[in-house]
Design a protein around this ligand. Structure first.
Ligand code: 4AD
Ligand code: MG
Length: 468
């Protein structure tokens, strides 16, 4: 076969160099046709759209074409032509085809018919080849790029925080341990506690639940930073919004108070949604038409209005009034409760009909590092609540006062051996500062309209599932 430089299908579809010979490579989505002419829909992952390859059956031979079935990989040389057919502007009249690899129709699982999301999760190694997951993962890439661009353009520094850590940032005790010890033969002290002195790190170590504590060290030196990395939570919650391994973006800014923090969060998330609409429209439109007819309207919706800002206490009042009027929630509503996503979604979808930033939560349901309010009961927390998602961002102004922070750490029995370095930021040149964490997959749930968080990350890790 004549060697011609490959053109990606995304570029070929935009080309108007009719009459020239091009080369495309990809995977066959479908092949149909008659005795005289065969039509191959070819996709190479560069776009949701296929290019149509038109084959003169007599020229290449019926026997040669037989193994070109759904899933087969081929290279095509052909003449770029204006298409007479409906549904595409260009097609390629094949002159030569090379078959790289076949995909036996008897065993290749991705045949033309629609598959359930559950089935596709079982073949997560192949599902990126579907239109749906191609779209989702192209959007995922674009959002990661937008996030780096947003922060870089505003003078934030991307700071790498460790994956392996000895401190529990969120204090929720949901950490995966990291050890090289023989688990069948653990040395214990007289109280029955495991001795870690001879373990790899010489102490108990885990996978991080958040990069925030180290992020604060950086913010109180570089001014404004963000992290963007994997985080791990061993929470046994089998919900469509929780993963055991997820990616989090955590900006942290010196001298920002909670109002600055809310403004940053709103600007940031709107930027991401705007970016998706401006740069991923073909994929979003596909997902809108296939799965969720309100997706585009919902994305445009959050850009329109400013987010509601409301205290937790006011939020509880609204929820209690709804209950009094007969609205049924699965979980109870009272001051002090950790809101369930049904409560969050009621505020956003039913009551205000736009995103809500809820602030000043009871200190008992929030982490130790949050700035304590004068009332002694609440902390300067802020959660951003989104339609369909509930909590998409969690953050706060941080307690900058050494004495108050130390008192809270002692109150909660957090071991000082884990916290001395964190407290040093308050001992030396402490400043007011704030930050938040955006769950990357929660953002992707929103932007793609997918119903389950397992379908916006290539290889989801959840209870009882670490396949691939
Ligand atoms: O609210 P969280 O637990 O806050 C923190 O980790 C803080 N250290 C952030 C900070 O202030 N720098 O988590 C932040 C966000 C949540 O709002 C949610 O979007 C996401 O992370 N998240 C999860 N996403 C997927 N699966 C899980 N199990 C998640 N847990 C939290
Ligand atoms: Mg939270």
């Amino acid at each position: 076969m004549e060697t011609i430089k490959r053109t990606k299908i995304v570029d070929v579809l935009k080309s108007d160099a009719f009459g020239t010979t091009v080369n495309v490579k990809g995977w066959v989505r479908t092949r149909r046709g008659s005795k005289q002419v065969s039509f191959i829909a070819l996709n190479d992952g560069s776009t949701i759209n296929n290019v149509q390859i038109v084959v003169d059956v007599d020229k290449l031979g019926d026997e040669f074409l037989k193994p070109i079935t759904t899933g087969a990989s081929i290279s095509v040389n052909g003449i770029l032509t204006q298409s007479q057919g409906k549904g595409q502007n260009i097609e390629i009249q094949a002159t030569e085809i090379e078959i790289f690899g076949t995909a036996d129709p008897a065993t290749y699982p991705l045949q033309k018919k629609g598959h359930s999301m559950e089935f596709l999760r079982e073949i997560a190694h192949l599902r990126p080849r579907t239109n749906t997951f191609g779209a989702v993962f192209r959007i995922r890439h674009n959002m990661a790029y937008a996030i780096h661009k947003f922060f870089h353009d505003r003078g934030f520094f991307y700071f790498h925080t460790p994956i392996i850590t000895a401190s529990d940032c969120e204090g929720a005790g949901q950490m995966f341990q990291v050890t090289t010890k023989n688990l069948y033969d653990l040395k214990k002290d007289e109280n029955g506690s495991i001795i870690y002195e001879d373990d790899f790190f010489g102490k108990q170590a885990s996978l991080t639940v958040s990069g925030q504590l180290e992020g604060e060290l950086a913010a109180t030196a570089l001014g404004q930073i963000y992290t963007f990395g994997p985080t791990f939570r061993a929470e046994n919650s089998n919900t469509p919004r929780h993963l055991a391994e997820f990616w989090m973006i955590e900006p942290e800014v010196a001298f920002n108070d909670i109002t600055d923090n809310m403004e940053l969060a709103e600007e940031f998330i709107k930027y991401c949604v705007r970016w998706a609409l401006d740069n991923c429209m073909e994929d979003i439109k596909f997902l809108n038409d296939m799965f969720d007819k309100e997706l585009i309207a919902r994305l445009e919706g959050v850009l329109k209005d400013s987010f509601v800002r409301l205290s937790y206490t006011e939020g509880i009042k609204i929820l209690e009034e709804a209950v009094a009027k007969g609205h049924k929630f699965e979980f109870p509503v009272y001051w002090g409760v950790d809101l369930a996503s049904e409560h969050e979604r009621f505020l956003v979808e039913d009551h205000f009909k736009r995103p809500v930033i809820l602030t000043d939560y009871p200190k008992e349901i929030k982490a130790f590092y949050m700035k304590q309010n004068e009332d002694g009961k609440t902390v300067r927390a802020m959660d951003v609540l989104f339609p369909k998602i509930g909590e998409i961002i969690g953050g706060s102004e941080r307690e900058a006062d050494y004495g108050k922070l130390l008192a809270r750490i002692e109150e909660l029995n957090i071991p000082m051996k884990d916290m001395w370095w964190y407290l040093d930021t308050r001992r030396f040149g402490t400043v007011p500062h704030s930050g938040f964490g955006l769950g990357f997959e929660r953002l992707l749930l929103f932007v793609t309209g997918m119903a389950n968080i397992r379908d916006v990350i290539p290889f989801p890790r959840t209870p009882n599932n670490a396949e691939f």
